[in-house]
Design a binder for this molecule. Sequence first.
Ligand SMILES: Nc1ncnc2c1ncn2[C@@H]1O[C@H](COP(=O)(O)OP(=O)(O)O)[C@@H](O)[C@H]1O
Ligand SMILES: [Mg+2]
Length: 359
Amino acid sequence: MNPNASSPLPDSETRFRALVEQLPAVTYVAALDPDLPATYVSPQIAEFGFTPEDWLADPQFWVKRLHPEDRQRVLDEVARGLAAGGPILCEYRLLDAAGRPRWVKDRATVIRDADGRPLAIQGVMLDIDERKRSEAEAAQHHAQLHALNRRMESAIEEERRRIAREVHDELGQALTALRLELALLGEGLPADPAAAARIAAMDTLIGRTVDTVRRISYELRPGVLDSLGLLAAIEWQTREFGRRTGIRCELALPEREPEVEPVRATALFRIFQEVLTNIARHAGATQVDVGVSAALGNLLIEVDDNGRGFDASTAEAGASLGLLGMRERAAEFGGLVRIDSEPGHGTRVTLALPVVAAP
Ligand SMILES: Nc1ncnc2c1ncn2[C@@H]1O[C@H](COP(=O)(O)OP(=O)(O)O)[C@@H](O)[C@H]1O
Ligand SMILES: [Mg+2]
């Protein structure tokens, strides 16, 4: 007696069919002979606007509904999967009944006959259209943000350059004129020690103001960067940093000035400034070593400090805009920033940036 006849359960095929037809995915079995139609497609294909009958009537149905831009890649993937004995995995766009491309993720295995010859493939097709769309949107937003960031950076840089020049030229000239006038005034006065002392004090004050004006304009936009180039700017910045903080600074520069596009030189210089600022603010270091070298089309800047160090991964998980800005600026030019640091063991920041015309 057939044991199934008395079983209250339907036969296994019916059971499995009922199961797969509840999945939020399309399941299918397709013959490998291109002239033979598919043998099964689950009713969820209605999500794409087709009936199983549409699908099963034409052996080429699936191939015809592949997005033309994806078709060859998918067919190659199937061939590769078959050659490897399966499984076949790919993501592609399927054109629904209205001709609208819909992203699917397809995973299939090979069914073989008793001799191991491949007969058919059976698979599951998941609708991943929404995920793909949000991925594409996110990528687009990302690109837009980057473009915006770049535009803002260059606008800020341009503005700084303009203000620096104005401060330097206008104020600088006014102060020089003032100093001359003061000297003339002194010469015209009868010999009076009190007045002479006053004039000397004013002259000292003007001299200090000239220095301040020069410093402000340099900090806004170091003129050396434009006139003498990146190495001179790094040298100047390091000296200035040492003088201001009292930290001992060693500097090793390459012999030749590397050829660096101005926008890249600015990016490198701004990152370098941020590294030094961080040392002054956070490191509590007594010694800083700066090494600049050019290798394999990259410019490398290494800055070591012997300060307290920190946990870079924790710092970056927070809202540390300085480190983020450094990375963003470097990434914009295909470069990267590496931070090696441990609490108690100082910090090394390595900046590598491809430069256009490698020597
Ligand atoms: N050279 C350094 N030595 C010690 N700690 C550092 C150093 N550079 C950065 N940090 C740590 O990393 C954090 C994030 O730096 P950053 O993003 O530049 O932000 P900010 O300087 O505004 O605090 C700092 O607050 C500091 O704790
Ligand atoms: Mg900082």
